[in-house]
Ligand binder design. Sequence first.
Ligand SMILES: Cc1cc2cn([C@H]3C[C@H](O)[C@@H](CO)O3)c(=O)nc2[nH]1
Length: 222
Amino acid sequence: MDKRNKPFTVVIEGNIGSGKTTLLNYFSKYRDVEVLQEPVEKWRNVDGHNLLSLLYDDPARWSLTFQTHVQLTMLDHHTKETSAKVKLMERSLFSGRYCFVENLHESKLMEPAEYAVISEWFKWIIKNVDVEVDLIVYLRSDPEVVHKRILQRARKEEKTVPLSYIVALHEIHEDWLHHKVSHPVPAPVLEIDANVDLTEMLKQISLVENQILNRKAIKRVL
Ligand SMILES: Cc1cc2cn([C@H]3C[C@H](O)[C@@H](CO)O3)c(=O)nc2[nH]1
């Protein structure tokens, strides 16, 4: 991708059920913003196989397969050309490797040899492909709050997700994006309190909208 016309790239990060889709929908009304949601439907149908369902039914057996496919679909989003000035992505190669893969490895649901292989892929990609991001919006939430939402949302594959899994993912997101002590942070982090209800969340988003749309920088250029 030609660096000159690369869009201002913003990734939305946060635990399962932290309100990423709400934030992305808020911005889909803008002409000049390309919104790339997580391609969950792709993960549910890879040549007829529902990898998301396989993952949750038997994570030890399927975590490498699932995370390898997610890494491919994220690479596709990172490298997707667009004429829009802003590209808004739901999650990224970075949360894939630093949060989800890390968590599966730490909880012994991914073999060390599998962890090594998917990490080699990740290292090669960030060395050889331009997957730079300009801003991370971190939807910070409490595990109990999002776990309740997940059960209410009742995505069929997630109905058995235990609170312990959400707590582990929360800690890993916090170490990476809030404490910034575990892995490289590839862009400045803008934190949003995601424990609030929808109306309050939308109010928070409108307060940081100019930063997310990089308005002032674009005005400077124009
Ligand atoms: C990058 C990345 C996104 C992502 C999502 N997921 C799961 C969490 C949710 O149950 C579902 C949709 O985000 O997929 C995962 O296990 N590993 C992931 N890695």
